[in-house]
Write a protein that binds this ligand. Structure first.
Ligand code: ADP
Ligand code: ZN
Ligand code: ZN
Length: 886
């Protein structure tokens, strides 16, 4: 926060730096017109940008002296937020600046991420004609007709204005009247406001449209909606709920017949409400879908006491299927000693208002969520708020439900299924403190929770916390930065912590609490499931079902015993590798320790994307000489069909990302949980926190296929996956069994998973990473260059590569003698060479410490972004701390 220097001239004092939501990584300055009050940093402003008009955010730092236009700066058109309530509060504005800096991303794009839906970007304001405006229009239209016949006559006089509006300081001009007429036209038809942007398209164009609208609004002739989520006015709407009166009664019931009358629609509406569990409120907007006339249908039902109405906060929460007002007190049970110890240190930091981050390492069911909830309850007791980040809400509805049960209406669930409007409503409620507990995926880290005291990152190892497009931030890391600036407490929870977090524990940057027991089981610990590893080298699987004789036998036993099984087909990475059908071998790069070779079908070559090593694809397996090499996906569908045919009588379901999303996914999981199927075949989605009490067998069909992923994290991912999947077995009262089929029974990922040995695995893998200089020991940044014209992409990548090498050499020059702190690898084709007709090339920067890497990025920064026009354009972006290298 810098104060303006005394010797700054006026020009400088009214120059404002704005984060404009475009993919250009630089500052944009505007002049503040004399009649606008200086906007608070974080406020949204309307600015001209090229030929467009965009909504951006005011930055705190003084405008860059060198930025566009020099003395001929363009002017800010309007300020959208009131001075005391900028869209981005101090803490979030600082966070956005940090992200833009660390992740080398355009600040405008970062701010846009942090704000809901359409708050930034194109001007989303809407205008409508007010009563006074209508009167003015009528009063002047007569005069106007007269004026039209004699061009020299004076303009019509300004109309009388209402009490609280400033009268227009000038006469109404033709252009004003055209605006009013256009609004009158639109509002008489649809009786609602129209987008300001659409007025801009009128022809001939209206001069100084925005300024004019502003003036008309000030004079009370026009109303302007700023598109802001109003933090003060709680948006409510009527909600309805079925009472117990005559619930489930037959249509013959006289009282019911009287209330419902002869309307079939009304009966259907009552039935629809009856389907919800008691206590659930349904918003009017939701009823209007199936019942457009809901407003007319409801009154008799309300009168008869069959349905009750209440004004409630408007927002859609897809998981509000529990009575939110049935608040549960802290449950009866005492915490275990382990939970107690974990909680105590967190509560201490909370009370002291000190930043603390802790890794909570505990298997599924060890009581992590209980620790989160008690910590949050303590924060709530002193008026604090909390954010809980989860990998994907659709996959973990139980967590949101438990929070709702405990904290009732204080919980907002930010779900990807929300519309912009709903998101804006939620955002307004959160910001006003009406929803102090926020649960959501990645982007919920930007929730404007007042007095934020606690941030939980559940399943912190999950890759989905890393955004893989646009601003490539990692929400887990951003959570720690945000918490640090607020002196808040962070908990990272996982059964299989990321190696980053594990390493941080050992470096003293992260505390550690461990939960080793599952408290809900009588008589103490329940044994972890027994893991059997079946070597596919010795036990050939059936080519269609992919089952070995052993797994098939186990499956039959489980189905016959009326229990359930999950069969897990890890398809990821399989499509990019070349594997041997006979021995399962995958090709390794001679120079890299990771299984990093990708098969490129088009040129029949194997390419190492880490170092660029290229070789012709072998005709025979290098390990066993077999000529049967395969690539491509073995679809879950094929496996599902084959297994259903092989085990007559077994009910088989299939779940994968292609077939199951959103509601369909929840339905499918619900069916399996209710035991409407015996076997479910699925991809890695099945490894996430689902709880299926009936499952006693988990089979992993091809454990090693994840190992084929050309990525230094592939071993870690497979270990995590196997451990998480194994955690699905025997969650009920029966012991579980896991069968892992693999071509590589001795691979460390599989060996340690079999022994349930996280620490052993972490030690092994960290050593491997250290040898290769990979994270978390070393640090990476990936430059990604893409474009439609191959030659342009190569040329740009070549230039960037040279430049990066120059910079790296300069760092090295400063540190004579020691090994070069930065290695530049590439450019090489990305493992996925083409996406959406764009060629992709990458350059990997690797460094043993962060500082020199950041120095190089800082100096590279102005060379990134898009270059050229149309089909010939190329885009270069940085991915700092990349997660996947695909
Ligand atoms: P995790 O988040 O690690 O999967 P949970 O917090 O969901 O674990 O706990 C698993 C189950 O054990 C839940 O049903 C929870 O209510 C219960 N539970 C948690 N802590 C205790 C405790 N101290 N005593 C008894 N039951 C507990
Ligand atoms: Zn082979
Ligand atoms: Zn290599």
């Amino acid at each position: 926060m810098s104060e303006a220097d005394d010797n700054d001239d006026d020009e400088r004092a009214t120059t404002i730096s704005v984060a404009v939501p475009v993919a250009l990584d630089r500052g944009f300055s505007y002049r503040l017109p004399a009649d606008l009050a200086p906007p608070t940093p974080g406020s949204r402003v309307v600015v001209p940008f090229g030929r467009r008009v965009l909504v951006g955010v005011v930055r705190r730092q003084p405008a860059d002296a060198f930025s566009e236009g020099g003395p001929r700066l363009r002017e800010i058109i309007d300020v959208l937020d009131p001075p005391q309530r900028p869209a981005l509060g101090d803490d979030l504005l600082d966070l956005c600046e940090w992200i833009a800096d660390y992740y080398v991303s355009p600040i405008g794009e970062v701010c846009r991420l942090a704000l809901p839906g359409a708050s930034m970007g194109v001007d989303a304001r809407r205008a409508a004609l007010s009563e006074a405006g209508r009167a003015a229009l009528q009063a002047t239209s007569g005069e106007l007709l007269a004026a039209a016949s004699s061009p020299s006559s004076p303009s019509p006089s300004p109309p009388p204005s209402s009490a609280d509006a400033q009268p227009l300081s000038r006469p109404l001009e033709d252009a004003d009247l055209r605006v009013l007429e256009r609004l009158a036209e639109a509002t008489s038809k649809r009786r609602e406001a129209i987008a300001v942007a659409s007025l801009r398209k009128l022809s001939p164009p209206i001069p100084a449209l925005l300024r004019r609208l502003e003036e008309l609004a000030e004079a009370g002739l026009v109303t302007l909606d700023t598109g802001e989520a109003d933090a003060h006015a709680a948006r409510t709407e009527p909600h309805y709920r079925r009472t117990d009166r005559l619930r489930g009664a037959s249509t013959d019931e006289p009282a019911l017949r009287q209330a419902v009358g002869r309307s079939k629609q009304r009966r259907a509406l009552l039935d629809a409400l009856e389907l919800h569990p008691p206590g659930v409120w349904t918003p009017l907007s939701q009823l209007r879908g199936p019942f457009p006339r809901a407003r007319q249908l409801l009154p008799p039902l309300l009168e008869a006491g069959l349905v009750i109405e209440e004004q409630r906060l408007r927002e859609l929460d897809p998981f509000a299927d529990e009575p939110a007002d049935a608040r549960e007190a802290d449950p009866e049970f005492d915490l275990t000693d382990e939970q107690d110890r974990a909680l105590a240190s967190l509560l201490e930091a909370l009370a002291a208002r000190r930043y603390r981050s802790t890794l909570l390492h505990g298997v599924t069911g060890s009581g992590k969520t209980e620790v989160y909830m008690r910590l949050i309850a303590a924060a709530r007791a002193e008026g604090g708020g909390a954010i809980i980040l989860v990998p994907e809400i659709a996959l973990t509805p139980q967590l949101a439900r438990r929070f709702r049960q405990r904290f009732g209406d204080e919980v907002a669930v930010l779900h990807s299924g929300l519309t912009d409007r709903q998101r804006l409503d939620s955002w307004g409620h959160i910001r006003a403190g009406r929803r102090p507990i926020v649960i959501g995926a990645r982007s919920a880290i930007f929730a404007p929770v007042p007095a934020l005291r606690v941030i939980v990152v559940d399943e912190e190892h999950d890759g989905s916390f890393k955004q893989e497009e646009g601003v490539r931030y990692n929400a887990r890391d951003v959570a720690m930065v945000r918490a640090r600036s607020l002196d808040a407490v962070v908990v990272l929870g996982s059964a299989t912590p990321s190696l980053e977090s594990w390493h941080n524990v050992h470096e003293g940057r992260l505390g550690l609490s461990t939960l080793t027991r599952r408290p809900d089981l009588e008589g103490g610990e329940r044994a972890l499931p027994e893991v059997e590893v079946v070597s596919l080298r010795e036990h050939m699987p059936d080519p269609d079902t992919l089952l070995s004789a052993r797994l098939r036998q186990r499956l039959i036993e489980v189905v016959n015993a009326g229990e359930q099984a999950i069969l897990f087909l890890n398809r990821r990475g399989y499509t990019t590798a070349l594997s041997c059908k006979t021995c399962g071998s995958l090709q390794q790069c001679p120079d890299c320790s990771a299984p990093s070779m990708t098969y490129h079908l088009s040129r029949n070559r194997l390419v190492c994307h880490l170092c660029g090593h290229i070789e012709a694809a072998p005709k025979r397996c290098l390990a066993c000489g077999s000529a049967e090499l395969e690539h491509g996906a073995a679809g879950t569908e094929r496996v599902e069909t084959a297994i259903a045919a092989d085990l007559p009588g077994a009910r088989v379901l299939r779940l994968d990302r292609d077939t199951s999303r959103g509601k369909a996914l929840l339905d499918l999981l619900g069916r399996f949980r209710r035991r409407e199927a015996d076997v479910i075949v699925g991809t890695q989605m099945l490894s996430k926190g689902h709880d299926f009490p009936g499952v006693t067998l988990v089979g992993v069909l091809r454990a090693d296929h994840g190992l084929a992923l050309p990525d230094f994290r592939s071993t870690e991912r497979v270990f995590q996956l196997l451990t998480q999947v194994a955690g699905r077995a025997g969650r009920g009262d029966r012991p579980g069994r896991v069968v892992i089929q693999t071509w590589a029974p001795d691979h460390p990922a599989i060996r340690y998973a079999r022994e349930h040995d996280y620490e052993g695995f972490a030690a092994y893998e960290l050593a491997a990473r250290a040898r290769a200089g990979n994270p978390p020991i070393g640090h990476l940044a990936l430059l990604r260059i893409s474009g439609e014209v191959r030659g342009r992409v190569d040329a740009r990548a070549g230039e960037l590569g040279h430049f990066a090498r120059d910079l790296a050499a300069r760092v090295a020059g400063d540190q004579m003698g020691v090994e070069p702190p930065i290695v530049v690898l590439g450019p090489v084709d990305s493992p996925i060479e083409r996406i959406n007709r764009r060629h992709r090339v990458q350059i990997l920067l690797r460094s043993s410490s962060r500082a020199p890497l950041r120095w190089v990025l800082k100096h590279l920064r102005h060379r990134l972004g898009s270059e050229g026009h149309g089909a010939k354009s190329t885009i270069a972006r940085a991915d700092v701390d990349p997660y996947g290298l695909l």
